[in-house]
Design a protein around this ligand. Sequence first.
Ligand code: ATP
Length: 285
Amino acid sequence: MNHPVAEAAKDDSTYAAEEEARGLAPHRVGEVVMEVRNITLRFGGVTAIRDISFDIREGEIRAIIGPNGAGKSSMLNVINGFYHPQEGEIWFRGARRRGMRPHQIARQGIARTFQNIALFKGMTTLDNIMTGRLTKMKRGLVWQALWAGPAEAEEIRHREAVEKIIDFLEIQHIRKTPVGRLPYGLQKRVELGRALAAEPKLLLLDEPMAGMNVEEKEDMCRFILDVNDEFGTTIVLIEHDMGVVMDIADRVVVLDYGAKIADGTPDEVRTNQNVIDAYLGVPHE
Ligand SMILES: Nc1ncnc2c1ncn2[C@@H]1O[C@H](COP(=O)(O)OP(=O)(O)OP(=O)(O)O)[C@@H](O)[C@H]1O
């Protein structure tokens, strides 16, 4: 079987030119890092995802959109290993994934945020972001407890990394505040910080703007674009706010009733009749 990444790489010379013609930023977007191939996921009698394929390219912002129940969160859960699809393949950085658990996938450089914030509400911003470093910690709890030389040095490195993220996300003023006391928009930002603490290569964001006011959305958009720009992080984003998707995504895959109905640039999907019908609720055959 042909390797999907190798196959896709063949197209790279022409891809940059195509991208430019389609209004994408060719300097940022590189080769395929993840290939989702013919994924089908069922929960008992419910088929949440039906034979879906798409790719994710290095450095791009890839949006997954679709009406409620379309299968977006399920897809994200397949990508980060929470769900194991009955059919299909996931290829990441040239290797086919087989039966990996979420923590192993996290160690490969895939981090995510959740639709409903999943922070430790009683812990401070600083400590919550620190938990994001767990996948990067080498020394076990005994070393930490002993506060022995190597563990101490490692702890200092982790603290420095966390402080950089706190600066980057402009949340110095709440570093000692328990996150349960923070307004919703700031909690979402802390959750982004925790995901960034893992220094992900691929960052999965499940509705990062949900429940935010206009100003908070603008801030979050800016941080997502900055993460992408400054760290070169590839981002997969589920979002209901079409304005946001059209503004920040390089490419958009559209799901409806568990199937892929469109895939292309924001302009391409915006004018796609299947997409318009899906959002207007035109009944299916
Ligand atoms: N754990 C589960 N058990 C059973 N059915 C599930 C489960 N998770 C999702 N589903 C079903 O799979 C389908 C797709 O759900 P999913 O949450 O992935 O959609 P979504 O596009 O993320 O929706 P929303 O925009 O409302 O969050 C739905 O019919 C849903 O009821």
